[in-house]
Write a protein that binds this ligand. Structure first.
Ligand SMILES: Nc1ncnc2c1ncn2[C@@H]1O[C@H](COP(=O)(O)OP(=O)(O)OP(=O)(O)O)[C@@H](O)[C@H]1O
Ligand SMILES: [Mg+2]
Length: 264
């Protein structure tokens, strides 16, 4: 935990509206989200409510029509190495091996060639792909590719990790294991996380704050601070946390918030 709270980095989306060219209505209207350097903020909401669009603003890939996006008070105008993104559909180099994909991010950071392979293998081991370094991307399953994408994002040692459904292609069991892996990565990396998911339990397990969006246009309808991930970080087991009646209550509340106002 950073004791110098005043120096903690902040990623701030302030009253962001997004209006795509040629669209009659804005995709997102006046959404504000603040991600501190030790936060794990999760965006949830029905398809089309603007989750990916907001992540792309934070990444510097989409320019908002109105509002300010900043890190540490500086405007976000382009992608930067302080913020790395794992996309909904991964963007790995299919002809390279898993190790080479991760090493590529290390090269961009100026890590010496002799160090790269060793560090890449460490990162692959972190995402439970320790023995897949020599495999080419096209030889890996969708879930394995997502994990290579995570390892590559971590290689940049960013201040903020931007994750768009990073576990979406995983089977249920691997996904559950990867949730705790993600929490371990979050604790170890000291990076603030802004993540999108459709998983209700996943949001509750991972988030220090959940922001619920509704579509038409995309806007914030609720914000929760579930606190389960801080309990995990403090040493409590994930099974015990999920068995807590407070977890079931939170799940009901979050489900209601997501589907509130939806036409029957
Ligand atoms: N490049 C684009 N050009 C025009 N419209 C877009 C573009 N990208 C997204 N949109 C529109 O903006 C709205 C929000 O899309 P976005 O992808 O941000 O939603 P989402 O919440 O991520 O959805 P999902 O859960 O399906 O991934 C949608 O109506 C979508 O059609
Ligand atoms: Mg999306």
């Amino acid at each position: 935990m950073n004791v110098l709270r005043g120096s903690m980095p902040h990623l701030v989306l302030d009253k962001i509206s997004i209006h795509y060219d040629g669209q009659p209505a804005p995709a997102v209207e006046r959404v504000s989200i603040d991600v501190a350097g030790d936060d794990f903020v999760v965006l949830v909401g029905r398809s089309g409510c603007g989750k990916t669009s907001l992540l792309n603003v934070a990444a510097g890939l989409v320019t908002p029509a109105r509002g300010n996006a900043t890190t540490d008070g500086r405007p976000i105008t382009a992608p930067g190495s302080d913020r790395t993104v794992v996309f909904q559909n991964d963007a790995l180099f299919p002809w390279l091996t898993a190790r080479e994909n991760v090493a590529f991010a290390l090269r961009l950071r100026g890590v010496r060639p002799a160090e790269r392979a060793r560090r890449a293998d460490e990162l692959l081991a972190l995402v439970k792909l320790g023995d897949a370094g020599d495999k080419r991307i096209w030889e890996l399953s969708g879930g394995m590719r997502q994990r290579v994408g995570l390892a590559r994002a971590l290689a940049a040692e960013p201040q903020f990790l931007l994750l768009d459904e990073p576990l979406g292609a995983l089977d249920a069991l691997t996904r559950e294991r990867m949730q705790t892996t993600l929490l371990d990565l979050w604790t170890a990396s000291h990076a603030g996380v802004l993540m999108v998911t459709h998983g209700i339990e996943e949001a509750l397990v991972l988030a220090t704050r959940i922001v619920v969006l509704a579509p038409g246009p995309g806007r914030v309808v609720r914000s929760f601070e579930p606190g389960f991930s801080r309990r995990y970080a403090a040493g409590e087991g994930i099974r015990a946390i999920k068995a807590d009646p407070a977890f079931a209550a939170a799940r009901g509340e979050l489900t209601d918030a997501i589907f509130e106002g939806e036409a029957a």
